[in-house]
Design a protein around this ligand. Structure first.
Ligand code: NDP
Ligand code: GDR
Length: 357
């Protein structure tokens, strides 16, 4: 039976990955941060009382800014695999807390790698680093000939988050080359789910769609509607993380769907799920979306009602305009194939938020 340690286990990906590894028969350990109230909603269904027999899921208090804590937990757990998913993961917020993000997302990765080395576990412990499509920065000239970002495309991060994650990427690669460690980067494009944090754009849209349908919210305020993202489902993406660590050789992989969609079209798709067609009017800061047709007897929204407005407050100082990934290597080498398309993802998210409402 293998043992895995997940940092960021309370987050979207951590919760799906913990489920997947438990299903595969792993002993799963997770690091959670102490907070003034419980922050374990995403993993409460996995909780096991430590007094029971055959406990396979264990939580440890910890923080990626605390080297001693990281060393102690790794020493205690002696993991076969570490998935370093812990991060301050919000790009816009990273402009407000750049030093903290550098410490957690950048140096935090070093703390994991160095702890494994200090403890002499280089040959035993495989490490997955949660790298990101934010490394590319969306520069058009850096796409490959076919128009995608792949494992060989140059990086140009456009936020303190991206800059911190680029350190995480390179230090992971460096420890692999310098010390022969099985340390890999998954360069994951955006992935979402009903468990997505409420302030990321997809979840913000699906929550607002549900609340507007039920008459509990008037209008949804968003930033850049023109941004294009390659959105997949988190469940599919945690499967890829696991596959990356089961290879014979440590390597880096892009995980993406190869399809890109604008924020505006995501809004359109979410409202379609409640039978509402939208018409978009205006440009940039004056852009709004109004109800053009309403075909669902359950949710009677007034034709012409303004349901989306642009608020420049949500613009970023520097924006990543377009992301689209090339998953060829992961498909051929990992045998990875996403099960969800965007339509199915939007449907699941809107249905989830309608239930919560
Ligand atoms: P979430 O924001 O949902 O989860 C982040 C996790 O990190 C949470 O468990 C959080 O704990 C934890 N965390 C935050 N700060 C610290 C800290 N100082 N010490 C220890 N843990 C900390 O992110 P996702 O699940 O969406 O993403 C997982 C990882 O993948 C992240 O590293 C993210 O940057 C990266 N990534 C995500 C993509 C996506 O589209 N989702 C795409 C590419 C990369 P708490 O619950 O207490 O806040
Ligand atoms: P992103 O995700 O920055 O790509 O990072 P996010 O959902 O925050 O933004 C996607 C795009 O939508 C635009 N946008 C808005 N974004 C938010 N959050 N709120 C809004 O109101 C809004 N309006 C428009 C943004 O400008 C952006 O262009 C995510 C995170 O999960 C990272 O951790 C991960 O590394 C990358 O995906 C890949």
């Amino acid at each position: 039976m293998k043992t895995a340690l997940i940092t960021g286990v309370t987050g979207q990906d951590g919760s799906y990955l913990a489920e997947l590894l438990l299903e595969k028969g792993y002993n799963v350990h997770g690091i959670k941060r102490r907070a003034s109230s419980f922050n374990t909603q995403r993993i409460d269904h996995l909780y096991q009382d430590q007094h029971e027999q055959n406990v396979h899921f264990t939580l440890h208090y910890g923080d990626l800014t605390d080297s001693m804590n990281i060393i102690r937990i790794i020493q205690e757990v002696q993991p076969d695999e570490i998935y370093n998913l812990g991060a301050m993961s919000h790009v816009k917020v990273s402009f407000d807390s750049p030093e903290y993000v550098a410490n957690v997302d950048g140096i935090g990765t070093l703390r994991i790698l160095e702890a494994v080395r200090i403890l002499g576990l280089e040959k035993k412990t495989r490490i997955y680093q949660a790298s990101t499509s934010e490394l590319y920065g969306g520069l058009p000239e850096n796409k490959n000939a076919a128009g995608f970002y792949d494992e060989n495309s140059p990086f140009y991060p456009r936020s303190p988050y991206g800059a911190a994650k680029i350190y995480g990427f390179w230090i992971t690669k460096n420890y692999r080359e310098a010390y022969g460690m099985f340390a890999c980067n998954g360069i994951l494009f955006n992935h979402e789910s009903p468990r997505r944090g409420e302030t990321f754009v997809t979840r913000k849209i699906t929550m607002a769609t549900a609340a507007i349908a039920k008459g509990k919210q008037e209008c949804l305020y968003l930033g850049n509607l023109n941004a294009l993202r390659d959105w997949g489902h988190a469940k599919d993406y945690v499967e890829a993380m696991w596959r990356i660590l089961q290879q014979d050789k440590p390597e880096d992989f892009v995980i993406a769907t190869g399809v890109t969609t604008s924020v505006r079209d995501f809004v359109r798709m979410a409202f379609n799920e409640i039978g509402v067609e939208l018409s978009f009017e205006g440009e940039n800061e004056s852009e709004v979306a109004k109800v053009a047709a309403c075909n669902n007897p359950l949710y009677q929204l007034e034709i012409g009602k303004k349901v989306v407005s642009v608020d420049p407050e949500y613009y970023r100082p520097t924006e990543v305009d377009l992301l689209i990934g090339d998953p060829t290597k992961s498909k051929t080498q990992l045998g990875w194939e996403p099960k969800y398309d965007l339509q199915a993802l939007v449907k699941e998210m809107v249905e989830g938020d309608l239930k919560l409402e």
